[in-house]
Design a protein around this ligand. Structure first.
Ligand code: XBP
Ligand code: MG
Length: 229
């Protein structure tokens, strides 16, 4: 039986990569006096590297920076995290269409809701509270809580542990191939809801691949149970 849905955040709850992270990374580069600007195309490629700090460090290394890349990346990422948190508190990030209705359907059907993301807790918590409602996600596991980021399954294993459920009683909701790999390695069936950045990726092994939460028919608790069976 299905007891819980574990949601990814970036690209799944909202189009955060497009509307929030990329502009915040670019603003942080400027603030630190670096002549780096990630285009949509370039950022799409860089998304394979999970974790903002690792993403910056990898890019700085391809620009010829050596040992100092990690430390500079850390500083830029601290600025980026603060900027992104501010934009969340200002209300600039909105839920993907159909997400709020899905979550309402889940809580009405007494299905539990959890979060498993590689993002940082300082912005994840206010964003999740804002999009889903305060206290709706009973478990929130972030990049601060694990030592290995997706595609490693650690974040999903920790979420299951905190839910006190076996993988067979939960399902993941993801937007990317990296996230699908993490959830699958934790033993979870996975619903993939693609977005502009991920639509062309390979989702072999997903329980179902959808282009939207609400289109052509709404994803509901009942449909989640059918997919899980
Ligand atoms: C998202 C990430 C994160 C964000 C940036 O992956 O990899 O690193 O892009 O957030 P997923 P931070 O959707 O699989 O969780 O800067 O806080 O890392
Ligand atoms: Mg994602």
């Amino acid at each position: 039986v299905l007891r819980a849905l574990i949601f990814d955040v970036d690209g799944t709850l909202a189009d955060t990569e497009r509307d929030g992270h990329r502009p915040a990374f670019n603003a942080a580069f400027t603030e630190h006096g670096l002549d780096v600007r990630w285009s949509v195309e370039e950022y799409g490629r860089l998304l394979k590297i999970t974790g903002g700090h690792r993403r910056i460090a990898a890019d700085l290394r391809t620009r010829g920076m050596g040992d100092e890349a990690d430390e500079i990346a850390q500083r830029i990422h601290t600025t980026k995290t603060a900027l992104f948190r501010e934009s969340i508190l200002a209300g600039t990030i909105v839920a993907r269409p159909g997400l709020v209705e899905l979550v309402e359907s889940l809580t009405a059907a007494r299905l539990r809701v959890a979060i498993a993301t590689t993002g940082r807790r300082s912005w994840v918590e206010p964003l999740v509270a804002r999009l889903l409602g305060e206290g709706i996600a009973e478990v929130v596991v972030t990049g601060d809580d694990v030592s290995r980021l997706k595609p490693d399954p650690e974040v999903y294993r920790l979420a299951l542990e905190q839910l006190e459920l076996p993988a067979s009683q939960a399902m993941a909701v993801e937007d990317s191939a990296v996230g699908l790999a993490a959830a699958t390695a934790a033993g979870l069936a996975t619903v993939v809801v693609t977005n502009g950045y991920t639509v062309a990726q390979d989702f072999t092994g997903a329980a179902v691949v959808l282009a939207a939460f609400a289109d052509p028919e709404p994803l509901t608790a009942g449909r989640c149970r059918d997919i899980h069976r």
